[in-house]
Design a protein around this ligand. Sequence first.
Ligand code: ZN
Length: 428
Amino acid sequence: MPDADSPTQAAATATPHYPSFVDSAPKSGEGKCNGIQFNVYSFPFLGIEFATGVNSLLADKLIAAQRNLYNLCLSQKGVTSVSEEEFGLWCWYGQVPVGSTAANLKQVQHHIGMRGGGYHSSGSAVDINVGACPFIAGRTNKVTYGETHDTFPDDVVAQLAGLSPTELQQYRDSRKKVPDGQTKPKLPGDLKQRIWNAEVGFWRKNVWDPAVQIYDRAMQLMYNQDADVSDAATSSTRFNKTSDNPPVYVHYDRFVRVSLSLTYYFGLVYQRQSGGHQTLDYETFAGGFQALVDGGAFNPNAKDLDGQPLNVTIATNRDGVCRRYYDQIQADHEMIKRVFVKGHLQVDANQNVTVPAFRDPCDGFLNIRPEVVTELVCEQHLRWGCCLFGAGPDANGDVMHFDLGGDFGIFPFDASKVPATLNRQPGT
Ligand SMILES: [Zn+2]
């Protein structure tokens, strides 16, 4: 506590004084959603500005989180104050794009609060480190899921869903732009469901299943386990943290294992260099891979890509094993770009999927430090898109996203339940 002379005094002090970069949240605009007019606030959060702000209810929780994180930062450093830059760096060291380079703090993308879609339109959601936290695939009870993309050519929808010419016409009509005031013809419910099932099946086969299998291959090397990327939305442990110091959110822990395993797995073939990546040649890769196995860098019980004990097969069939990994890692690096996509996957008339832009798979998918997620979820009870949205398409997997669980924290929305504290100055 910066201002306290003794623990007794700290307890008696109503509000410790925090520097303005920790708890000032100026109003930056106004918004309207579900007929509710509200103020929007933008402020420095984790040393980064907002691109677009959030409502007072979320801002209040973010300020509360930031106060706690500031105190944790001071106690970890054993100091009584830090500058705004020092605090920002403490929040981001070790995470892409900062790594260990202070100058890279500027490269963390500004937080996105208000935007269309989800609970963002009421300022009740925030996306953090958008550039390095994609919408990943998940798996619960052996069923995979992830983000869907509404980018199918009409003919492909017809092929996938087996539409008759009449049904295809109905589908087209339902998607036409109509002049203001006119309503579009709606698809019959069963047809709509058939099309949705077909599209979900496509993404499952072409993106989510392959992605989760890649997680498993990476996890096998490091942990001799499949990836646990399952849902925790209704779990009794959904706000639990470990009792370690500092505490870590238990579900962060299992996702970050997968993310770090991917980083390590791709790093076997792709080496970072200034301005990009170098792909190792086969001999260099194989020499390095064998040295890692021999040096005990992988799990001692790790299985190779054919399910045989790696430490045995590397001794008896070095070239066969290494060649398989060399090819598989490169194929996986290409495939997993589909969940590291920036914007939307595209589908062409031949059902080929293309990735217009993507985050680097070598960076993993979880680049927010554990203390931050632990504070936001376990203390502030924000809902984390990674695993608290529920299993299913367009639910879990949104690693960058934290929200209040409904517009203004109300689900299902009911205007009469909007808290009286809406528009109160955050942090007061
Ligand atoms: Zn979001």
